[in-house]
Design a binder for this molecule. Sequence first.
Ligand SMILES: *Cc1c(COP(=O)(O)O)cnc(C)c1O
Length: 396
Amino acid sequence: MMGGDPLLSGFEDPEEYGFETRAIRAGQPHDQRTGGVVTPIAMSTTFAQEAPGSPKHGYEYSRTGNPTRHAYEACVASLERAKYGFAFASGLAAEDALLRQLTPGSQILIGNDAYGGTFRLIDQIHGKKSGVGNAAVDLTDPGQIREVWNPDCRMVWLETPTNPMLSVFDIQAISEVVHELGGLVIVDNTFATPYLQQPLILGADAVVHSATKYIGGHSDVVGGFIATNHDTLAEDLVFLQNAVGAIPSPFDCYLALRGLKTLAVRMDRHCENAKSIVSVLREHVSVSEVLYPGLEEHPGHEIAARQMSDFGGMVSFRLTGGQAAAERVVTSTKVFTLAESLGAVESLIEHPGVMTHLSVAGSALEVPDDLVRISVGIESTDDLVEDLVQALDQAG
Ligand SMILES: *Cc1c(COP(=O)(O)O)cnc(C)c1O
């Protein structure tokens, strides 16, 4: 989404409004023909032109731009406090568009904990196939960036909180260091969502999302998103959406836009349920460590309290009984479903070492084999707590 859309009238100056209002209204004018309050799913692949090259309403072809996508892009951009927003077919497609800023011979620094698929994309596609080097850095100490930075470095890529170790990095401190060195900071904001954390305000150059997770929020759409205030980066992303074509369908955009309307209330409940579960996990004999930024003993707690408005719905924990205990727990729950993915209304449980993070095995990003990750849903708190306790009782 770049520039003004002639059809996006009726909700001027959305910056004036609060988050919840913008989630429901930004980019979503009432249908000008019918007054419908819901953004239509614009299935048309092509749009009538007045003269060759002069489309009537700014739209030509749906890979280049689509009204439903445009509404969705304007909405997330508003929530991230960004000038520009770009929707992609998946989180990884969005990440790929950002990584295409790197030319062969350049280098990217990544946090030493990240989604396995992100590492695979950086290392195997942009690394082995396109000659972009990468190095993992412990970003809990932003000074380390200076130590490993070299003239080929262009970009620092981080998640916070990270997937699956729930480490927290100081976006503002990292941005200051990287900007001094002349690089770009990309923040994967999938875990926090713009409701809990707005990285662009803290100095990041671009935010990337797997919209498949909390933005969609109902496990029924795969999507990705980039938000930025950078004019030149935005120009290139417009070009890439069109030239590469990894765009979401109008129906996918509609689902994501529908999910966004309840993002705030869902996140409140995710956070609340996560806290109840964390306090139970901490008391259980089978659990050796609980990883949650909301805990005062979490090494990133202070930073999280400063840069996030709450601590999120993702919790990881380690078991005293090792990998076998982890396997027993993830196969013993009834309300928590054993499955990959996260961020939706239903609670999920998984074993990252052999599921979501299998692709980082043997790398600097490898995760412990006694680790269990849960995505706390918005079901009844008591049901979730009871289910997890009975599963932990079987951990041995
Ligand atoms: C799932 C995930 C991705 C990848 O997104 P897809 O929509 O599955 O392509 C990227 N980053 C994080 C933190 C994720 O959890």
